[in-house]
Design a protein around this ligand. Structure first.
Ligand code: ASN
Length: 320
């Protein structure tokens, strides 16, 4: 927003009118696509005794419910595994709160409160999830181009249907790219946002990064045969828009989950309800989450994520 512009003025502007109608077209298209694939939509949990602790530098928001520690959902990744065990193909538009460090305030792509389309599929592999994500993105962009040309034109957005399959590189390949830019990243460190932006720009299209080391991904991802990496993937948007998706195959064996929790320096007692469900038999599943505001930001070609989220909360700045 311009300095002198009130939030209501922004909402009434031609820009916001176009952005929020695109946002609606995006969620409609995602729902239509997933319904045709037989996915069942669930209402998302908002608070829970268990939520994802592995947020790459962000913190969970603890709350006290009846004097018991709970969290506002940071991700429904554990709930997804349980639902997919019972219903095979499931999804949810899940509100997430993550206390991002204030240094991410001006990244243009971080929000404290955001909505994630979380989906999970029983019996699926990493490859199945990647193909599903590619088809879903193609279907969504195609549908927006069919239905929303005037809104894209109003934003001067030149968008085209991406070609599939998307390019794939491994985490190790990304480290080799980093060396080209004199970026020093130690094996096992998170890939910095600057590198993600560079490699996605160079790729000239959507780009998958796979085979992350165990040390920079959460304990719930299934370990690869090599023991050092996990069956996980991230998808990067073109044009330097950064991360779109993260996901992968899940660990479902209770003894291995407990071992991985301990390796990550966490307390299994915190996850006892989830572990108890794993004891009763979780199915092997794979899935991913895609941030809706980031998807709309890419589709609308906006540099500031705050412009595509109603009542945005950027890191360190809490407003209405
Ligand atoms: N959505 C991610 C996944 O499905 C998890 C997360 O959001 N932390 O793996």
């Amino acid at each position: 927003m311009e300095k002198t512009e009130t939030y209501l003025e922004y909402l009434k502007s031609p820009e916001a009118q176009a952005v929020f109608r695109l946002s609606q077209a995006v969620t409609d298209s995602l729902r239509e696509y997933l319904r045709t694939c037989g996915f069942v939509e669930f209402l998302p949990p908002v608070v829970s005794s268990v939520t994802d602790p592995g947020l790459r530098g962000a913190e969970r928001l603890p709350v006290s419910l009846y004097e018991t520690r709970a969290y506002v959902m940071s991700s429904m990744v554990f709930h997804k595994q349980v639902l997919a065990t019972a219903f095979s193909r499931i999804y949810s538009f899940s509100p997430n709160v993550r206390l991002e460090p204030a240094r991410n305030a001006d990244s243009g792509r971080h929000l404290v409160e955001f909505c994630q389309l979380d989906l999970e599929e029983a019996g699926a592999s990493l490859d199945d999830s990647m193909r599903l994500a590619e088809d879903m993105i193609v279907a969504t962009v195609s549908s927006v181009l069919d239905r929303c040309r005037p809104f894209l034109d109003a934003l001067d957005r030149d968008l085209s249907v991406p070609k599939v399959p998307f390019q794939r590189i491994t985490y190790d390949d990304a480290l080799r790219e980093a060396a080209k830019y004199d970026l020093e990243i130690r094996y096992g460190d998170e890939l910095p946002q600057t590198l993600e932006a560079q490699i996605s720009r160079e790729a000239g299209g959507f780009l998958w990064v796979t085979d992350y080391p165990k040390s920079c991904r959460s304990f719930y991802y299934r370990q690869s045969e090599d023991g050092g990496s996990v069956r996980s993937m991230d998808l990067l948007y073109p044009e330097g828009f950064g991360e779109a998706i993260s996901g992968g195959e899940r660990e479902y064996r209770p003894d291995v989950i407990t071992k991985r929790i301990l390796e990550a320096g966490l307390d299994p007692a915190e996850f006892r309800e989830f572990l108890a469900m794993a004891d009763t038999g979780l199915r092997p599943t794979s899935g991913f989450g895609i941030g809706i505001e980031r998807l709309v930001r890419y589709i609308a070609g906006e540099s500031e994520i705050a412009r595509v989220r109603p009542f945005p909360k950027t890191p360190g700045r809490i407003t209405m």
